[in-house]
Design a protein around this ligand. Structure first.
Ligand SMILES: Nc1ncnc2c1ncn2[C@@H]1O[C@H](COP(=O)(O)OP(=O)(O)O)[C@@H](O)[C@H]1O
Ligand SMILES: [Mg+2]
Length: 266
């Protein structure tokens, strides 16, 4: 049996800047795959290419046996996407948001109703189905997005930092829902995160830093290989710095740039 995702020598440049610098990896069918790295590592760029939202500069990416550059529509109908920026219509109810998506993907009405109910149950959102999305918390919106991304029975679910900005309890819940989903359905889950402890949930992890994959393996393999007790320890061992340090220095850079350009733009 071959892999559901095959990435070979993938490069993405934004003008002169190389955001993804020649990465190759594969993801087996049914895997829970974690793509980990600090802010700016190239995670969103990579997942955007894998999900056809961005064209690669060079290299090949196959998803579900389709080439993302040449068979865009086939790739799109076989994947679900949950990205950082919520794409829900907050003026509509949860159910209306789901129905809109179903129409977009040609899911017939009877199939839609059954599937939507089943998925709302999976993420404990049944009692919210007729409520307006504007009133939802961040975690509820994310759960609704998971439901929406799964309505058309995708073979691969792509999630870009699904737990960012959520409290630890809600973050744990989102991972639990994803694990329940994976136990129930024949689906591959590809998820990016910069919260290292979360990657303990994954079958395999690729650690990315500055556009390159610098380590790959199961959480146990990585901890053994680098002689560490935690994924935080593994990250420090392979990169020479903590993932949070990077974030703090990214914040510091942003603050400096902000001051240099003279504060808020008007
Ligand atoms: N549209 C863009 N134009 C120029 N540079 C970009 C663009 N998008 C991302 N980048 C840069 O590419 C690098 C990788 O970004 P990204 O893929 O968003 O990383 P991550 O998701 O891991 O935080 C960063 O340095 C970022 O500033
Ligand atoms: Mg990102």
């Amino acid at each position: 049996m071959h892999n559901i995702i095959e990435v070979k020598d993938l490069i993405k440049k934004y003008k002169d800047f190389t955001a993804v610098d020649g990465i190759s990896f594969s993801v087996g069918r049914g895997e829970f795959f974690g793509f980990v790295g600090p802010n700016g590592a190239g995670k969103t760029t990579t997942i955007s290419i894998l999900s056809t939202l961005l064209a690669p500069t060079s290299g090949t990416v196959m998803v579900n046996d389709f080439d993302v550059a040449k068979q865009t529509n086939q790739v799109r109908s076989s994947i679900g996407i949950i990205f950082q920026d919520p794409a829900l219509d907050v003026e509509l109810t949860a159910w209306e948001n789901l129905w809109l998506h179903a129409k977009l993907y040609d899911v017939p009405k009877d199939k839609f109703e059954e599937r939507a109910k089943e998925l709302l149950e999976l993420v404990d959102m049944v009692e919210w189905k007729n409520k307006i999305v504007r009133s939802f918390s961040g975690g509820m919106k994310r759960r609704l997005e998971v439901v929406r991304g799964l309505l058309h029975h995708p073979k691969v679910l792509f999630l870009d930092e699904p737990t960012i900005g959520l409290d630890p309890q809600t973050r744990a819940l989102i991972w639990q829902y994803l694990k329940n989903l994976r136990a129930k359905e024949d689906i591959t889950v590809f998820v990016t995160t910069h919260y290292l402890p979360e990657t303990e949930n994954c079958d395999h992890i690729a650690i990315m830093d500055k556009g390159k994959i610098i380590a790959y393996g199961s959480p146990e393999e990585l901890k053994t290989q680098f002689n560490q007790h935690s994924m935080d320890g593994v990250f420090i061992e392979v990169t020479g710095h903590g993932i949070r340090d990077e974030e703090l220095s990214a914040d510091a850079t942003a603050r400096t740039q902000f001051k240099q350009r003279g504060g808020w733009r008007r």
